[in-house]
Design a protein around this ligand. Sequence first.
Ligand code: TRP
Length: 328
Amino acid sequence: MTRVLSCIQPTGAVHLGNYLGALRNWVRDQHDKDVFHGIVDLHALTIAEEPGVVGEATIELAAMLFAIGLDPEVATVFVQSHVPEHSQLSWVMECTVSYGELSRMTQFKDKTAKREGKFISAGLFTYPALQAADILLYDTNEVPVGDDQRQHIEITRDIALRFNHRFGDTFVIPDAVIPTAGARVMDLQDPTSKMSKSATTDAGCVMMLDDPTAIMKKFKRAVTDSDSEVRYDVAAKPGVSGLLDILAAATGRSPQDAAADYTQYGPLKADTGEAIVALLEPIQARYRELIADKGELARLLSIGAGRARVVASATLQRAYDHIGLVRP
Ligand code: TRP
């Protein structure tokens, strides 16, 4: 069966755009392929945080992934630092990639440019080596990624090919694949931009844990278009179309179809808000249960880590053996 790996960094809360745009597909696709989902807490260390911050974000993200319906018996959901092979293979990757290659990574250049005058960790530089380890440890066939991550998959392939050439066939060469298309979810205040929590105002971004009152308020205040016609037309009517996209994603209809039910903006906003409240309610309830039961969360994560380690430890040992390191 095709092995798929996706990883996310535990940096901040999940919003509706992440869910409808991507995470919901993880749940839908979990039965079709052998899916591994890593919460990459070690990658989050590249930018310094206060003690406890990364751990808390890791627990919250894990609770959210289970709350939306990832089934620990089907999908392998694990925390990167629970699988020490990531750090171990990362060193081998660092010794297989060159200084020049890492220097040419656009993400590294962008991030260091933004941090001028601030602390730039060596981890920011070697980040792609750890990511290559994440991917190669699982004999991954497919890595679903957006355009911003393509270069990271390319360098992973280069590292794997170089290693295999030097030491014999060891790693599966992964392919970057385009993620299954999710819903188009635009910012409620700036409907020409994707919903994002880094937007200037949080009024345009619905968080997964927003309470019903806050959600209704954000939809009621959503930016609409200057005339008053309800019609799905992304270019001419971005505000209304953004609402229709969200309503459609929540109700399983097409946005054109949903548009036919409305002649005014008010009811469209109210119904979209209510549809999202209804969609999120069971997820929030399950999240609250899990976040209040750290023992259960730990148990679920240990199932994932156990399964991940079975694969990862075999791959690491294979790599060490092919290099010819002495077994302990
Ligand atoms: N670099 C990725 C990002 O910022 C996160 C990541 C780490 C990742 N390891 C990975 C993604 C392995 C896919 C596969 O989004």
